[in-house]
Design a protein around this ligand. Structure first.
Ligand code: FES
Length: 174
């Protein structure tokens, strides 16, 4: 075998070796990718506590009861409106609960039973408690967080979640 032929043979062997290695790599990658992927759990998922707030017997129509949810740093009100409303809970569909921290800059809201609004003394935003906390006037850029309620057969009222971000938080459950 001439020197030139040896070089050609050496090159051919190296080519075949590297081709075999590449094929093995592809096979390994294929084997890995054929493993079923596990569903990633969303990082934004929130587990809310279920906190007992009161009993139906504790409530008087149109008189707010001071509460806190989902923790003691998040004040709110529980109101029996006396009229079935969207999002209302309980046997009469008239129980609602809201955060009382204004979504604008966190001033404490006050309930006005005449028009059933929660009003802000800071910059005068107003929120309709009969329409799931919809903002009806003011500077806030979101509706009022409404606490979801569950009522059991004994009349116990439990808060189980909320639908908007509570003022001052990057997530509702700290
Ligand atoms: Fe309520 Fe500004 S803090 S409107």
């Amino acid at each position: 075998m001439t020197g030139c032929q040896k070089l050609v043979e050496l090159g051919r062997r190296q080519f075949l070796r590297s081709g075999a290695a590449a094929a093995a790599g592809v096979a390994a990658a294929t084997a890995v990718s054929s493993t079923p992927a596990k569903a990633a759990v969303s990082a934004a998922r929130v587990s809310y506590p279920a906190n007992r707030l009161a009993n139906l017997k504790d409530l008087t129509v149109n008189e707010p009861l001071q509460i806190a949810y989902p923790d003691s740093d998040s004040p709110g009100v529980l109101i029996k409106l006396g009229t079935r409303v969207p999002g209302g809970a309980g046997p009469d569909g008239d129980l609602v609960a809201y955060s009382t921290l204004c979504p604008h800059k966190g001033f404490p809201l006050a309930y006005d039973g005449r028009d059933r609004t929660l009003s802000c003394p800071g910059h005068f935003s107003r929120f309709d408690t009969e329409k799931e906390g919809q903002q009806i006037w003011g500077h806030a850029t979101q509706n009022l967080p409404m606490f979801r309620l569950a009522v059991d057969a004994a009349g116990d009222i439990t808060a189980v979640g909320t639908d908007e971000l509570i003022y001052g938080r990057t997530r509702n459950v700290l």
